[in-house]
Design a protein around this ligand. Sequence first.
Ligand code: JBE
Length: 386
Amino acid sequence: MRLDYLTIFPDYLDPLQLSLPGKAIEKGLLELHVHDLRQWTHDRHHTVDDTPYGGGAGMVMKPEPFGEAFEALALGEGEGEATILFTTPSGEPLTQSLARELSTRERLVFACGRYEGIDQRVLDHAGTLGEVREISLGDYVLNGGEVAALAITEAVVRLLPGFMGNAASLVEESHEDGLLEYPVYTKPATWRDREVPAVLLSGDHGRIAAWRHEQALRRTAERRPDLIHASQGASEWEIVPAVRADAPELLTLQLACWVQEALDNDTLDIPALHESLDDVLAHLEAWDVYVVRAAGRLVGSVSGHAEGDLWSIGRLMVAPDQQGRGMGRALLAHIESVAAPATTTYGLFTGERSARNHRIYKKAGYRLRGDLAAAPGAVTLTKRRR
Ligand code: JBE
């Protein structure tokens, strides 16, 4: 990757020779050039700014030096277009995913603005020479774009393939998994009467991972609730009877869940995938339907209805992003517990090749019934009521 910087304060970018970028240069992963924008001025005072057309406070950076700089850097010539970055508080926010995207580019050119900004025609012109991105470090005002250029550089360079030794350490860090980092500790185990949380000394990797995830969620919820989906952190959920107003959400959930079934069984010939809102409303009339809500969102459902001494169970579903939290098991236990009094047997259908469902039902005590009819591609499972 080649990086170029256009700035009126080249010294400001001296840190680039240190630390991360410095190491990447040694490894031959990076080539780095800092340019003083004033070399492309022609007056005695090396003027780079002027007053804004239309009036107003402050000064605007003139277009000519940038135009000549782009020519000197041969932007828009030869193969491989450059990405030209303008650091400005009115740009798109710098995020880990943006850094990851930029790390795939061959060439980045940073145009660091000072004063009140850069003449808009510089950006418009740059757009004809390469890809233009306007990027902001955050919603506060700095004196210029140099600090932002340094920050973007550091975020991008450490993602270059071959740069960081340990790929896992990249993945586990804050933001890579969408959560803030959990608190970390090192030796000694007791320091000024403060203990390291006992779970970290337990050697139980499962418990340690669960604790860290819980801490990361808690921190993120407290400090950056904007990063958490409303239902992700909600450990509270309850099973309640469905009402007619649940129908639209049920239909959406049904589609989300049965798409997985369609993939597992390699068929779209699944009734639940072809229903309308009216079909769902009719189902709500004919069956006893229960739903799970977590932080207001409908994330699970199950249905039951009596056919003589058989309690037929159907449409057990948990939103794909909420699976693995025991909701499916709880819904199944619930629908069994509300079976009609005459029930002697619970029965349900599932896809022949829905391996995950088979595991869940088997664990809950259900057995495959090859002797009982089911639709093509489906199988029947039953369990005796105790
Ligand atoms: O974030 N930025 O890129 C900036 C650039 C110039 C001034 N303030 C900023 N926040």
